[in-house]
Design a protein. Structure first.
Length: 97
């Protein structure tokens, strides 16, 4: 099983998205967080799940698409590092990760 690690960037991203969603619906914000955590949890067992991020084309950097959001992670030997969570309308740039 892979260990899941959240970067400060990814934690901040998730919090900011939840705050934004909660402006319209605190209930949907809570559901969104649960859905993200469930999607990330699958990486413990299947660390290479998700697709290779097209902008980077590197096998160790993958993403899970969840609705309109991209959860970008880096797979390492025995761990998966969640790098960022952001809206899919934005392109991934080096300063995003």
């Amino acid at each position: 099983m892979a260990e899941i690690r959240w970067t400060p960037q990814a934690s901040d991203d998730l919090e900011a998205i939840a705050k934004f969603i909660s402006l319209d619906s605190p209930n949907y914000a809570a559901i969104f967080i649960v859905n993200v955590l469930n999607a990330v949890e699958q990486l413990e067992t299947f660390p290479d799940s998700g697709r290779i991020v097209p902008e980077l084309n590197t096998n160790s950097i993958r993403e899970i698409i969840l609705g309109n959001y991209r959860i970008v992670c880096r797979t390492q030997y025995t761990s998966v590092e969640i790098m960022t969570v952001y809206h899919s309308a934005r392109l991934l740039t080096p300063d995003s990760t």
